[in-house]
Each structure stands twice: as C-alpha cells, then as structure tokens.
Design a protein around this ligand. Structure first.
Ligand SMILES: Nc1ncnc2c1ncn2[C@@H]1O[C@H](COP(=O)(O)OP(=O)(O)OP(=O)(O)O)[C@@H](O)[C@H]1O
Ligand SMILES: O=C(O)c1ccc[n+]([C@@H]2O[C@H](COP(=O)([O-])O)[C@@H](O)[C@H]2O)c1
Length: 213
C-alpha cells in the first residue's frame, strides 16, 4: 500500500450466522470510507447476548468465511485468541498489535441505539472513529439515544466520510445505504440448526491442522 497505513475497517459481530446483509453493508462501507480491508471480528460471545442460542464459534467463523469469499473482507476469531470479549479491550490490543494500520469501527444502527450499555463506550470512541450503518427499524432509536447525544457536534458529515483518518476523536459518521432488512435472527428462525451445514468444514479444518501442525 505504498508504505501508507492500511485503512482497515473493524466490524465486530456474533455472525450467528453471517448473512448477505453483513456482506452488503461491508462492501458499501469499504467504498464510502475508502478502506483497503474490513475485518469481521467474530465474537466468542457478545457480553450482552444470551449464550443459549449461540452456535459454536467455529461454525460462525466458517459461515463468515463463506460469506466473505472473493472480497477484501477478512473474517477473524482474533477476540478468542486475545482473550477479550469487551470491545474496548479488543480495540486496545488490536491497535497495539497492528500499529501500522488505521482503524475505524463499523456497526449497525441497532448497536448505536444500545451503545451506552457497552463497557466504557466512551473509551471505545476515543480510540478510533465510528461509522454507523443505517438499519431498518433502528434508526430512530439510534439517533435519539444517549450515545448520539454525547457525540453531539462530533458527528461528521457523510460527505467527508473518506477523511476519517484525519478526524480528531471522538468522531462518528452516519452512513445511509440501501436499507437492508436481513438479519441473523430471521435466518435462525427459518433454520435453527444452520450450523450443522458447517460440520464437515469444521472437521476437515481440524484434520488439516493436525496433519500439517
Ligand atoms: N441488515 C443490516 N443492516 C445494517 N447493519 C447490520 C445488518 N445486519 C447486521 N448488521 C450489523 O452487523 C454487525 C454484526 O451483526 P450481527 O452478527 O449481530 O448480525 P444480526 O443480523 O444483527 O444478528 P441478530 O439478528 O442475531 O442480532 C452489527 O454491528 C450489526 O448492527
Ligand atoms: O464491549 C461491550 O460491552 C459490548 C457489548 C455488546 C456488544 N459488543 C460487541 O458488538 C459487536 C456486535 O455484536 P452483535 O452481537 O450485535 O453482532 C460485537 O463485536 C460485540 O462483541 C460489545
């Protein structure tokens, strides 16, 4: 990348499972923010979500890899590796490990609506800019929520989205793409045992790792 920092988007998620909406909003964000890559941080477990209907990390990661094929989206299980679940801690460790990259945090409007419940959410906002993707049914709650009120004049115009590396922090930009109604909840409702489709891949990966270890 000509020696310049690699412009990297980070999108954390449960990916239970990954869906076409994740891919679509990531490709849009890649363009709008001028990114080289987006990393999907497949969470070992969202601290605010029940573990009960959460498929194993390996299956969620396998679904993310399939959904990210032939793109500059890189699914990773880095939170499990780093031993972090809280985003504020993940971002500290990721920045320390990859000092030559510029990072922006990407999330849907549903997450902005509840952002004030995340551990040290202001600390997250002080580490990197935040780009929020509109999501059908959540935009009102996101815009009128406590986090948005705190950002106040720190909200940047969408027309300047590509300048995010130059913004002083905290900074937030609201991005509006073609609204995408897809969700993992809807997919699980249709197929509660979706993860069984990935059983073969997971076994094959485990065998490959043993053979080449
Ligand atoms: N259709 C969508 N439009 C905008 N953002 C989305 C959309 N789907 C997912 N996201 C965002 O992608 C990230 C990862 O989402 P996640 O893995 O929780 O999927 P989900 O569809 O929201 O899952 P669930 O229905 O289980 O809550 C989150 O920041 C979420 O807000
Ligand atoms: O750090 C927190 O307190 C926190 C609370 C809720 C969600 N998160 C993160 O938000 C991201 C989106 O989660 P999800 O389950 O909505 O896809 C994922 O990376 C979670 O780990 C983080």
């Amino acid at each position: 990348m000509n020696g310049r920092p690699v412009r990297t988007g980070l999108m954390g998620g449960s990916f239970n499972p990954a869906h076409r909406g994740h891919r679509a909003i990531s490709l849009f964000a890649m363009e709008a923010l001028g990114l080289d890559e987006i990393w999907w941080l497949v969470s070992p477990g969202n601290p605010l979500k029940a573990a009960a209907d959460m498929a194993p990390l390996r299956a969620r990661l396998a679904s993310a890899r399939k959904m990210a094929r032939r793109s500059r989206i890189k699914p990773t299980g880095i939170e499990a590796e780093l031993g972090t679940r809280y985003t504020v801690e993940t971002l500290e460790k990721v920045r320390a490990r990859y000092p030559k990259r510029d990072f922006v945090w990407i999330m849907g409007a549903d997450n902005l609506a509840g952002f004030h419940r995340w551990k040290d959410w202001r600390g997250i906002a002080r580490q990197m800019p935040i780009a929020v993707v509109a999501r059908p049914g959540y935009d009102g709650a996101a815009i009128s929520g406590p986090a948005m009120a705190w950002f106040g004049h720190r909200v940047r115009p969408r027309s300047q989205a590509r300048d995010w590396t130059r913004w002083s922090l905290p900074a937030l930009v609201l991005m509006r793409f073609r609204p995408d109604p897809r969700s993992a909840t809807a997919l699980r409702r249709k197929d509660p045992e979706w993860f069984l489709d990935y059983a073969d891949t997971i076994v094959r990966d485990a065998v490959t790792r043993q053979v080449f270890a």
